[in-house]
Design a protein around this ligand. Structure first.
Ligand code: HEM
Length: 498
């Protein structure tokens, strides 16, 4: 075949047999991937034990391949370890491209799409008030409070489940499952031998080297509980007539209305159960990453914090908290949110795709079966679009009268949510939840670098702690209400337990 005579895309030098195995790092692979992009260009190809990995580094190539050729670039790798052995095969991020995926994505868009998301705004405002009240009551524990807020937010929206304390059974279970999923089971950079040699799945658990199977059995149990326990909670609440409107109850209601019966068919039940779980799984670390990058930026740039606060004071005043109706009048705050999305780039390499046919792009040969990563980390740092790209600079969004093409190129949402048929279905939800959280925290708190017992300023240490998401190792900061009036407004705001 002619295409096979073409060269593969360039990439770091490969060693015999193991190929680029040593080039893969467990955390921060995106930092390496950016260096390769700078060295080799818009496509970079690696090979690990015969498995090809393609990094798509430019927006143009991402649109050409992941969107325009979506029919062959939207499938997922079959992951024996994560999928079959650990019970995650029905998570949306791992679901093969086809009829089931299209059905499930339709369901998610039906409930969370651009024209439905405003229905969740009242819930988002209440959950944000709870966040502010939590921080006010225990500023030194704000990192845990943010985790509780993030987990609680999705449990509320997806399952109608309220988290009212730091020690919540479902919240803990979900947290543990996600930790396992992204750092053990499906960690980028971790290559399970059984994925390269699937027949290994048949070796007995007692066999030397079969530790992965014993782990998998343990993890599978945890993953199943993570999928089923919250879902059964909502169904129970619905049976008792006490369910709050949420993703699951809304879709189950719609479904039973459609068949005019009390029960939903198995396929619908399966689709709602798994999409609900995937929404939870996909929103937790992404939100944590964005929020912690926001804190990092605020303590590094007090002048930006002050400018945003000034805008909030003049538009919202100090007798109430911001609401979604203020959004259009807060260009600077909106620019802070944009810059947070861009620099946090929460899923920096996207979620891996698998190409289902041999393909040629600009005279480079991309073999069938190659895993494909949309390197949005690199795109959000494109000097031509974002001059001085590592700098947190909201002003870059404030230029007026931009032509449509430039305005689009400067919107980080075009990169950070991925591309084409697998693009993030939670993008409208996070766009709302992140905005209200950031606007409300800016309006309520001063956030600064922490100071140690000798009065020395503690510089934040920026260390990634995850292999798929850009979540940061906790760093210290000082957060306190801006004024007695801010305290009063926070205390009076309607919260979850009201
Ligand atoms: C700032 C926050 C977020 C970012 C940056 C983000 C980004 C992404 C990216 C890059 C992908 C892979 C897209 C691709 O393959 O091209 C993805 C997939 C996904 N995201 Fe998000 N996401 C965020 C928040 C959320 C939230 C809040 C939800 C749920 C409410 C969510 C649900 C999902 C799901 C279910 C998928 C899998 C889609 C599929 O495989 O077809 N995400 N996200």
């Amino acid at each position: 075949q002619k295409s096979k005579r073409l060269a593969l895309p360039p990439g770091p030098k490969r060693l015999p047999l193991i190929g680029n195995l040593r080039d893969l790092t467990l955390t921060g692979l995106w930092l390496e991937a950016r260096k390769w992009a700078q060295q080799h260009g818009e496509l970079v190809y690696l090979n690990v034990f015969g498995q090809g990995l393609l990094f798509v580094n430019s927006y143009e190539a991402a649109v050409d391949l992941l969107e325009k050729r979506g029919a062959i670039y939207s499938d997922k790798p079959k992951m024996v370890m994560a999928g079959e052995l650990c019970g995650c095969e029905n998570m949306i991020g791992l679901t093969p491209y086809g009829e089931r995926l299209r059905r499930q994505r339709k369901l998610m868009l039906q409930a969370l799409g651009a024209n439905r998301v405003h229905e969740y705004h009242p819930l988002l405002e209440i959950q944000t008030h709870n966040l502010l009240q939590g921080i006010l009551n225990a500023p030194d524990d704000s990192q845990n409070i943010i985790r509780r807020y993030t987990g609680g937010l999705t449990l509320l929206i997806v399952y109608g489940y309220r988290v009212l304390s730091n020690t919540d059974r479902i919240l803990d279970m979900a947290g543990e499952s996600l930790e396992l999923l992204s750092n053990r089971i499906a960690a980028a950079g971790v290559v399970w031998l059984v994925d390269l040699f699937p027949p290994l799945k048949h070796i007995p658990t007692w066999f030397p080297g079969a530790g992965f199977k014993r782990n998998a059995a343990l993890w599978k149990g945890k993953m199943e509980a993570f999928v089923n326990v919250p879902y059964e909670y909502t169904k129970d609440q619905m049976r008792q007539g006490t369910a709050v409107p949420c993703y699951v109850s809304m879709l189950l209601d719609d479904a039973s209305l459609e068949n005019k019966e009390q029960t939903v068919d198995n396929q619908r039940d399966f689709d709602i159960r798994w999409t609900a779980n995937s929404l939870y799984a996909a929103s937790f670390d992404t939100t944590i990453s964005a929020v912690s990058h926001f804190f990092l930026a605020m303590i590094q740039h007090p002048e930006i914090l002050q400018k945003a606060q000034k805008e909030l004071d003049s538009v919202v005043g100090n007798s109430r908290l911001p609401t979604f109706s203020d959004r259009a009048n807060l260009p600077y705050v909106n620019a802070v949110v944009n810059e947070t999305l861009r620099l946090s780039s929460p899923v920096p390499l996207g979620l891996p795709r698998r190409i289902t046919e041999d393909n040629v792009y600009k005279n480079m040969y991309i073999p069938k079966g190659t895993l494909v990563f949309g390197n949005n980390y690199n795109m959000t740092r494109d000097e031509a679009v974002f001059p001085n790209p590592e700098e947190f600079n909201p002003e870059r969004y404030l230029e007026e009268d931009l032509d449509e093409v430039t305005a689009k190129a400067r919107d980080p949402r075009n990169y950070v949510f991925g591309f084409g048929r697998r693009r993030c279905p939670g993008q409208w939800m996070i766009d709302s939840s992140l905005w209200i959280a950031i606007a409300s925290m800016l309006a309520s708190f001063d956030i600064r670098k922490a100071v140690d017992e000798f009065g020395n300023v503690i510089e934040p240490e920026v260390v990634y702690d995850n292999s798929v998401f850009t979540t940061l190792k906790p760093f210290k900061y000082d957060i306190r209400p801006r004024s007695a009036q801010a305290v009063k407004v926070i205390r009076e705001a309607k919260g979850l337990s009201d």
